[in-house]
Design a protein around this ligand. Structure first.
Ligand SMILES: Nc1ncnc2c1ncn2[C@@H]1O[C@H](COP(=O)(O)OP(=O)(O)O)[C@@H](O)[C@H]1O
Ligand SMILES: [Mg+2]
Length: 319
């Protein structure tokens, strides 16, 4: 099989925080996280706020260094890339974040926002750069008049389209989408998701999609990776997602989600319990304090991700 576009292997990441009145404390935001994104595939990372999704995205983008573990780009450890290879890696991996207002430079006009990655990564030719800019703007459904506008003159949905256009300027191999629609209302979010799906099929793009929203993850992903408190608790191919047994945490998210695709009898329950904190990590299976199915041993031993079949992995003693 070909190399994955990107693969992370056994990533551990800790942070230190200082809380008022307490000594410095370190905690793990990611524990032993491994996953791979293949060409043309979307891997959706699902989990509640604070479970480590953004940290994982930043490590893949090489904006944060892991304590332990490797990031492989087409099979090669990014720590071992030559300068030239590293530049290519930085060009071919792009990101779209939740709030484009913060990720688009407010002092740049859209033309400059789009030309910047092109000049750095492709060539310093303004005429061809602008041609490409017009082409990607039309792909994201914007008219070329926006080239002369500043981000603040655009609506939220238009800004997110510009962020997407910027990512497309360099024909990326992978786009990390971190909550790409969370700041938008439902209609605009739907339009952005449709565009993303379109591009995925048209350009055979790979996405790492990060979201706390199950419907968003379901809509776009080929693989669904569920995280809880910095660990992967389930990996499931989307095609079998609604026909399979699940980790109790995934089941809880499914029950709480108003997802039109999910069977109706799953709607009844709500999310239970507090989101646990990585600072006060429960013993054993970290989900056990919120789990309806817990047994005594669930608080004593840490479950490992276990293969159910080629398309499904769960870390739970009860599955
Ligand atoms: N730079 C940082 N310093 C300290 N703690 C951080 C830092 N970045 C993230 N965290 C903490 O790490 C955990 C995971 O955060 P994050 O990756 O942003 O989660 P998510 O994107 O799933 O909401 C959270 O507890 C968060 O507060
Ligand atoms: Mg986040």
């Amino acid at each position: 099989m070909d190399n994955a576009v990107v693969e992370v292997k056994n990533i551990w990441k800790s942070y230190e925080i200082k809380r008022w009145g307490f000594k410095k404390q370190s905690f793990y935001a990611l524990m032993d996280v491994s996953l791979a994104v293949f060409k043309g595939e979307t891997v959706g990372v699902l989990g509640e706020s604070g479970c480590g999704k953004t940290t994982l995205g930043k490590i893949i983008l090489d904006l944060e260094k892991p304590d332990k573990g490797d990031v492989l780009w087409f099979g090669k450890d990014i720590k071992r890339l030559s300068k030239k290879e590293y530049r290519k890696f930085r060009a071919k991996i792009q990101a779209v974040f939740q709030d484009p207002y913060f990720s688009l430079n407010p002092r740049y006009k859209v033309a400059d926002i789009l030309l910047e990655p092109y000049f750095i990564n492709i060539e310093k030719n303004k005429r061809r750069g602008l041609e490409k800019a017009e082409e990607v703007l039309s792909l994201v459904g914007l008219r070329k008049e926006v080239l002369n506008k500043y981000p603040h003159a655009l609506s939220g949905g238009e800004r997110q389209r510009v962020a997407l256009a910027r990512a497309l300027m360099v024909s990326p191999s992978l786009i990390v989408l971190d909550e790409p629609t969370s700041a938008l209302d439902t209609t605009l979010a739907g339009q952005i998701l449709e565009l993303l799906k379109d591009f995925k099929l048209k350009f055979h793009l790979s996405y790492l999609l990060i979201s706390h929203s199950l419907p968003v993850i379901i809509y776009l992903s080929d693989w669904i990776v569920v995280m809880y408190l910095g660990r992967i608790v389930e990996v499931c191919k989307k095609d079998i997602f609604f026909k399979s047994v699940h980790h109790p945490y995934t089941l809880m998210l499914l029950n709480a989600s108003p997802d039109p695709f999910s069977p109706k009898n799953l709607f009844s329950k709500k999310v239970r319990g507090e989101v646990a904190s990585a600072l006060f990590r429960p013993s054993g299976c970290e989900f056990h304090p919120r789990c309806e199915e817990r047994e005594k041993f669930c608080s004593e031993k840490i479950p490992q991700l276990r293969k159910i079949n080629d398309f499904h992995y769960i870390s739970c003693f009860k599955r």
